[in-house]
Design a protein around this ligand. Structure first.
Ligand SMILES: [Zn+2]
Length: 404
């Protein structure tokens, strides 16, 4: 899937199709909304007469809505502004983690309408069975003309985010170390049970897609970046010029299992001292308890205690931050991303992470530009993976059409 680069495109001519032009209009509106027709025509470098029927079609289809006017005083009629309609299409978002699975329903703007969390079943078959029971119950309440809340919504499909490597071509989970699942089919089994399209992806790649497609700063922050997901496991989604780097056999980004310290703690994958074993949530919890912290169930709890002045919690998070930074430095040296996003519950304590991460980057990378690589937390530590699942369904709507 390639994202349309709206800063460098050529408007399709008669030799290409009207569909392409419509897609370009949709993407431009999405990127610059709210936007007037005049501004749109200026950006596309086409006449209003070419643009008007395309916009009319998008409005008729319900993909674009008119609303609001420019506030600046203008002579004559104020232009009506256009924006992409995101609340009509909804996606089922499923985030599978080691302990719990979140099932949510969200619109294409990333607004969560409903959610529930249940313990993750032990086998792929049991997971499909559980989802086949619960997902229809959830969608029945919010989708269709008879939805009790009165909103007319269309279900566009389901996005399934997995803690492990996924072969995008076959939809098979190649290996999910935390679940102990190897080479299993979830996508097709679930699609068969639900009766609509299911898209499946490794969590950090899905989160990178959400950055690219759903969030405004994903559009202005450059199209080459890395998304690092830190939860039970640690993984990386790499985006180069708007395209996800998948690698020859779809396992690129498995940086969480690069061994940074061979004498480090054992990892679920069987090796020692993987980046994940040093800075994943399990490592943080173990470190906190080793420092004499009171029993804590989750990293959120350790973050809360750090904020309340618990010394062991502050030291623990600071140490985890140094390990995060070491891995990020290696990644900067290998891939030179324009920016790094970090997602995960621990990022709620960013004020404690920021300093040690930067110090590690300064110590371990080789150029001033590498040392200065922007590292920013995902703004939504609680929902970041759910939004990743939504992006799996929403992104294809805005993907670049194939020309020729
Ligand atoms: Zn490992």
């Amino acid at each position: 899937m390639r994202k349309i680069n709206t800063r460098n495109f050529r408007v399709a001519t008669r030799s290409t199709t009207r569909d392409v032009n419509r897609q370009i209009v949709l993407n431009l509106i999405r990127e610059h909304q709210p936007i007037s027709r005049a501004e749109l025509a200026r950006r596309m470098e086409v006449s209003r007469s070419l643009l008007t029927p395309l916009v009319r079609e998008l409005v008729t289809r319900g993909a674009v809505v008119e609303g609001g006017t420019l506030r600046a005083p203008q002579r004559g009629r104020r232009p009506t502004l256009l924006r992409v309609r995101t609340n009509r299409h909804v996606a089922v978002a499923i985030d599978v983690r080691q302990q719990r699975t979140t099932i949510a329903l969200a619109d294409f703007g990333g607004h969560v309408l409903a959610r529930e969390a249940v313990p993750t079943p032990g086998t792929p078959t049991a997971l499909v069975e559980m989802l086949a029971q619960r997902v229809p119950a959830l969608t029945a309440l919010h989708v269709g003309a008879d939805a009790p809340d009165g909103e007319e919504r269309t279900l566009a499909g389901a996005g399934l985010v997995m803690p492990g490597m996924v072969d995008r071509r076959t939809g098979r989970v190649l290996y999910a170390p935390r679940l102990g699942w190897r080479d299993v089919d979830l996508r097709d089994l679930l699609a068969e049970r639900l009766g609509y399209k299911v898209r499946i992806e490794n969590a950090p790649i899905a989160c990178a897609l959400a950055r690219l497609w759903l969030t405004p700063d994903g559009l202005t922050g450059g199209h080459s970046f890395a998304y690092v997901s830190i939860s039970d496991g640690v993984g990386v989604g790499l985006v180069n010029r708007g395209e996800v780097l998948r690698g020859e056999t779809h396992t690129a980004g498995e940086f969480g299992h690069v061994a940074l310290d061979r004498s480090g703690p054992p990892c679920v994958c069987g090796k020692r001292g993987c980046w994940e074993a040093l800075c994943g949530d399990g490592a943080t919890l173990a470190r906190y308890h080793a420092r004499g912290g009171a029993p804590a169930e989750s990293v959120e709890e350790v973050v809360r205690r750090a904020r309340a002045g618990d010394g062991a919690a502050v030291e623990t998070i600071t140490e985890t931050a140094t390990h995060i930074g070491r891995g990020l430095a290696a990644m900067v040296s290998a891939f030179n991303p324009g920016r790094i996003y970090v997602g995960g519950e621990i990022t709620a304590a960013w004020e404690l992470l920021d300093g040690p991460i930067r110090r590690a980057l300064v110590e371990d990378t080789l150029t001033d530009a590498a040392r200065a690589t922007p590292v920013v937390p995902d703004r939504n530590p609680a929902e970041y993976r759910v939004l990743g699942a939504v992006a799996l369904v929403a992104a294809p709507t805005y993907a670049a059409p194939r020309v020729g």
